[in-house]
Write a protein that binds this ligand. Structure first.
Ligand SMILES: [Zn+2]
Length: 120
């Protein structure tokens, strides 16, 4: 009986160890990116240097009625304001790591952090 308990502990310890290693690997691969890529409707339209503070109005829609204000500040990118109905993009946390994205579904706008710059 005691022996079985010990084995259980070992199993739990093993699972925990694997979980911790996965956790560390996940965060170790998070690296700050260098560029902010803007895509509209799946097409890359513009990219910015993540290390230069700037503001850019992403204007989309048939009559240019959809607006997302992208702000790059101190190495972070975020949507400062948007006139989309759900405002999910506006409430998204600031992003800075390569591979992170902010998506505005209603406007079909994707902001992503990249480590390489694509052609504008
Ligand atoms: Zn939005």
């Amino acid at each position: 009986m005691k022996r079985k308990f010990k084995n259980d502990l070992r199993l739990i310890g093993g699972i925990l160890l694997v979980a911790i290693i996965c956790f560390i690997l996940f965060f170790a691969t998070l690296e700050p990116g260098d560029f902010v890529q803007i895509s509209v409707n799946g097409k890359a339209i513009k990219s910015f240097d993540l290390n230069k503070n700037t503001e850019f109005e992403i204007v989309t829609g048939e009559n240019d009625e959809q607006i997302n204000l992208l702000v790059i500040e101190n190495g972070y990118a975020f949507i400062k304001s948007a006139n989309c109905p759900d405002k999910i993009c506006e409430h998204h946390i600031k992003i800075k790591n390569s591979g992170e994205t902010i998506v505005c579904l209603p406007h079909k706008v994707v902001i992503s952090i990249e480590s390489v710059q694509y052609e504008n």
